[in-house]
Design a protein around this ligand. Sequence first.
Ligand SMILES: Cc1ncc(C[n+]2csc(CCOP(=O)(O)OP(=O)(O)O)c2C)c(N)n1
Length: 544
Amino acid sequence: MRAADFIVESLKAHGVKRVYCVPGESYLALLDALHESAIQVVICRHEGSAGFMAVAEAKMTGIPGVVLVSRGPGATNVAIAVHMAEQDAVPLIVIVGQVGRDEKYRFVFQEMDYGAVFGSFSKGVFELSDATRLPEMLPRAFRLASEGVPGPVILPVPEDMLRDDVPNPQLLTYPLPQVTTAPTIIEQLREMLLHAERPLLIAGSRLRGAKGAEALARFAAAQRVPVAVTWKSQDVFDNASELYAGHLDMGTVKPLREELAKADLIIAAGTRLGDFATIGFTLPQAPQPKQTLVHIYPDSHPIGRVIRADIGIVAEPSDVLSALAQNARVAPASRERWISSVHAACAAGQTYASRNPTDGVDFGDVTVALAKLAPANAVITTDAGNMTTWAHRHWKMTPKNLLIGGVVGAMGNGVPAAVAASLVDPSRMAICFVGDGGVLMNGNELATAKAFGATPKIVISDNGIYGTIRTHQERHYPHRVSGTDLVNPDFTAWARLFGAEAFTLKLDDNIEAVVSAFLAAPGMAVLHVHASAWSLSAGGTLPA
Ligand SMILES: Cc1ncc(C[n+]2csc(CCOP(=O)(O)OP(=O)(O)O)c2C)c(N)n1
């Protein structure tokens, strides 16, 4: 079998339904092999977007996302998504064209050393220079991307190798190693929970999906434990529950932070306990927490790496939580007081009041209207920026939703992620939050949406500034605006040029009426919000 055909067959065997690409002359044989394949080839307008789409697909399905890019410039363009896959712990396979083996090391057109380029922010770089070893190397790449802390694996393919013969085209997949927990540890945790007065569960992205979210909900209800969710993992637990203890990020409000810090037992499940998830390594505190810490993750590397755990458990957190949901014993009476004080602190932070700005629409009002009117199973994608802060505080998400953000904080993710979400599951509405900065980074993927029949709903906060950076700037260098002002095109007209139905929201318009019409649009739609810059973020106004 031709190597290119074998690669396509192997992708199919690993459950890949779609690949995202910008074509390159360096992997024409692979495009040829995809010609009559059942795998959909989504042709994108920038490799960064193609990578973001593949990451979004992996977040939705749990199967590694696949992106195909050309050598040199194509490879450097996709780097932003490789970095995202690493920081967000998402399995990603990047197939990169490589110069022919006969020309290697001559510094020829677009030649690069991909091991050196991607070595520091990927799980592995396997240059597939020998077609006879493809049956071994492709399953290894999928295994490496998925096992432990998932992440990106880079596969450079020399263009001449793609035309070689695979003499023994055995299609294999690797089973992932099982990680299980000894029953004695479960019993020990049950005892700890029974005696804890103020336990707190910190739930991370590993609990995303039906299995994890159900185990978490059953655990919290049976053991009567409040659940805080990590940065961008708001969809793993019902935000309206009396047991919801808020979203942990740098903007978590002080009264809630102070309340959560009173916990006497923290169980961190499915999170790597990074800086945002721990509010800057304060909860639990690095290097030595003030509480007893139990850390559960299916890989030992994040456990105790920065924050010392009393008990580290290498296991699938959903399995441990399911086990703990059974035979739960009645919690101490003081537990209910803890639940209500955490709930009160969390609910206070979720209360929304419009600031009634005069320089544009309060983007908080728009977010609250979207949360009220959107379908209960909406997929929500976020770009990086202040415009997401209202959704984190005031959109009461549930596990019926799916939040595709990026803990890496990469601008440009929102639009491509919404396009991919709409392609992966057209029955669900994909709503994207993006600023006037981020939308012109990768918003051109509306052309891809149009071409492939995706119907994302894009909400643009047009406040004329790189708002997040202005926030930091005003704090550190007040009244010295430098590098953060924007002059924008008319986004309503821009959206229409891509074939989107466009809606405009200006000061004094009826927000709910316009949001309803926007959500009711049958196809791809853009809501252009002339947003207030004064109402800078959910955290405060620009002068404040
Ligand atoms: C690719 C990339 N470049 C730069 C940054 C730094 N950065 C973070 S937020 C931000 C401003 C975002 O502005 P905008 O999209 O207008 O959203 P706003 O914060 O105003 O809501 C910038 C420049 C980043 N996170 N990612």
